[in-house]
Ligand binder design. Structure first.
Ligand code: ADP
Ligand code: 5GP
Length: 190
């Protein structure tokens, strides 16, 4: 793939607040466009196909893996696949925009490995493990089994924070958004 633009990567354990922060940055109109990932799970009630994810289902997702359509993909949770389509990055760069990713921690580090200096990798850190669990529960989107699965994964994910370019602590939301915006603008003008 030709390197035609820059990208911003947001990663964190589930519930840390990365989707909230990414949406706030998109609303700022600073030339960012969201990289819509593909996934194999079903949409949540408020999610829209082609906007939040490309909801491919498991069979089509596996077909896309065989066709080498992804620049990265992962089985983030058992039987739940997520991946970034190469065509998505091409589409955004050809619009003259900067790509913004919301991916899991390993996916984020893989993307940083692919894009190198053209990418700013930001780790969203919850104030504490307990607060992470509280946010995940408050969001009310997962079953108890899924919450426990996500909290179990979070311990390992938190240990990768230092591998990112920036650690953004998401305690007070407005402060975190302002800090994220400043980091992104500095990176884009460099
Ligand atoms: P992620 O995308 O990392 O899984 P979300 O953005 O969905 O996380 O946030 C998880 C939940 O926590 C949501 O209900 C969101 O509204 C809430 N949340 C996000 N940031 C904060 C914050 N700074 N303080 C309190 N709650 C927050
Ligand atoms: P959710 O099911 O809560 O939407 O997302 C589950 C996890 O998958 C989140 O941590 C999210 O960031 C991650 N994710 C979403 N898209 C991708 C992707 O394209 N690649 C990878 N590796 N992870 C992704």
């Amino acid at each position: 793939m030709d390197q035609k633009g820059k990208c911003i990567i947001f990663s964190a354990p589930s519930g840390a607040g990365k989707t909230t922060i990414v949406h706030a940055l998109l609303d700022e109109n600073i030339g960012l466009e969201f990289s819509v990932s593909a996934c194999s799970r079903n949409p949540r009630p408020n999610e829209i196909d082609g906007k939040d994810y490309y909801f491919l289902g498991l069979d089509l997702f596996k077909k896309k893996i065989e066709e080498a359509a992804f620049i990265e993909w992962e089985e983030v949770y058992t039987n739940n696949f997520y991946g970034t389509l190469e065509s998505e990055i091409e589409r955004i760069w050809s619009n003259g925009k900067t790509v913004i990713f919301d991916v899991d921690v390993i996916g984020g580090l893989n993307l940083k490995g692919i894009f190198g200096e053209a990418a700013l990798a930001i780790f969203v850190q919850p104030p504490s493990y307990e607060e992470l669990e509280k946010r995940l529960r408050y969001r009310s989107t997962e079953t108890e089994e899924k919450i426990l699965q996500r909290m179990g994964k979070a311990k390992n994910e938190l240990s990768f924070a230092e591998d990112f370019d920036i650690i953004l602590v998401n305690d007070e939301l407005e402060t975190a958004i302002a800090s994220a915006k400043e980091s992104v603008l500095n990176f884009l003008k460099a």
